[in-house]
Design a protein around this ligand. Structure first.
Ligand code: AMP
Ligand code: TRP
Length: 347
């Protein structure tokens, strides 16, 4: 296990590049999580910068969770990260609640962020639904904890899917206001990293809706634990239009379902959309779908198999998370202590 390099995260006004991202352990993992987040986390771990990847269990309880399901989902998400190639020797992998500085910094940020800023968050509006009065205070304050997740590492880069962009913008606003209010240059202004062909994987039943674990139709998504036959069947039944695939990427503009399948293909094959179109342009869906299914199965089923194997030994997973949390705290404890000092807490 490599040691966390205890370089100062702040060199003058220069921040050492550092990557942080998190996923909520709620329900199973989908192909959207894999292509939009996990696969990119894995790709970033060998880029020569420190990487911190988190299961945000404190975020999960902003909506009601059954405790046993939460424990299971946390371990399964860890298994998903590991099976997808995340190496605990290169990245710190841990659950949020084992690194208390996240929640501690979130409190400070609750006192920095403004009600008006949080009122604009679309994820809150979506999740709270019509009855906002009944939403938990935690659901409303969710973004300040997310800002703390990132800034307690002085992280500079945050790989996420498209839907998280607004939260990263809020994180930047919080960092800016903190620095301004206290007259310091303490927190970096982190950048969202939203790249690749599949930053927004859409439902297989409706190309205008995001693929989501909460969609009532299981056919709308590919779960990371789906077996070979299920994956192939879901792709075969995916909604399409009657035309053949276009010969130029522009031809996908008004064809959300075709575009989604091409994006998925590109994401899985590590190719650009143009490269994929060069290969499969002009094909009928009846010929393209089996090819996509074969690619999906070849990439996803080894991950599913490895996840199942890892889930047989949850003690081993817990050990990895404890070690990851320790690595994380070597970074977060000094940053929180400095924050307290800036704010005027006696220690
Ligand atoms: P969630 O499952 O909503 O907690 O999201 C965890 C991570 O996966 C975030 O970085 C999301 O942006 C990403 N993600 C979730 N669903 C999708 C999707 N359909 N397409 C791309 N990225 C996604
Ligand atoms: N809000 C993110 C989601 O719903 C999860 C998350 C929590 C996160 N803290 C984070 C993502 C910090 C990136 C960085 O997917």
């Amino acid at each position: 296990m490599t040691e966390v390099v205890q370089t100062p995260s702040q060199l003058g006004t220069q921040f050492v590049p550092r990557v942080f991202s998190g996923i909520q352990p709620t329900g199973g993992l989908t192909l959207g999580n894999y292509l939009g987040a996990i696969k990119r986390f894995v790709d970033m771990q060998s880029s020569g910068v420190e990487t911190f990847y988190c299961m945000v269990d404190l975020h999960a309880i902003t909506m009601p969770q059954n405790p046993d399901d939460l424990r299971r989902a946390t371990r399964e998400l860890a298994a998903g990260y590991l099976a997808a190639g995340l190496d605990p020797a290169q990245s710190a992998l841990f659950n949020q609640s084992q690194v208390p500085e996240h929640a501690q910094l979130a409190w400070i940020f609750n006192c920095v962020a403004r009600m008006g800023w949080l009122n604009r968050m679309t994820q809150f509006k979506d999740k709270a639904g019509k009855n906002r009065e009944a939403a938990s205070v935690g659901l409303f304050a969710y973004p300040t904890l997310m800002a703390a997740d990132i800034l307690v590492y002085h992280a500079t880069h945050v790989p996420v899917g498209e839907d998280q962009k607004q939260h990263i913008e809020l994180t930047r606003d919080i960092a800016t206001k903190f620095n301004h209010d206290y007259g310091v240059d303490f927190f970096p202004i982190p950048e969202p990293v939203i790249e690749g062909a599949a930053t927004r994987v859409m439902s297989l039943r409706d190309g205008t809706k995001k693929m989501s674990k909460s969609d009532p139709s299981d056919a709308s998504r590919i779960n990371m634990t789906d077996d070979t036959d299920t994956i192939a069947k879901k792709i075969r039944k995916a909604k399409t239009d009657p035309d053949a695939l276009p010969s130029e990427a522009d031809g996908l503009a008004d064809r959300p379902e075709a575009r989604n399948l091409i994006n998925i293909y590109a994401g899985l094959a590590d190719k650009s959309v143009d490269e994929v179109i060069a290969e499969v342009g002009g094909m009928e869906f009846s010929a393209f779908k089996p090819q996509l299914a074969e690619l999906a199965v070849s990439k996803l089923s080894p991950i599913a198999t490895e996840m199942a194997r890892l889930m047989e030994d949850t003690a081993e997973i817990d050990k990895i998370l404890r070690a990851g949390a320790e690595k994380a705290r070597a970074v977060t404890a000094p940053i929180l202590a400095q924050t307290y000092d800036i704010v005027g807490m006696v220690s």
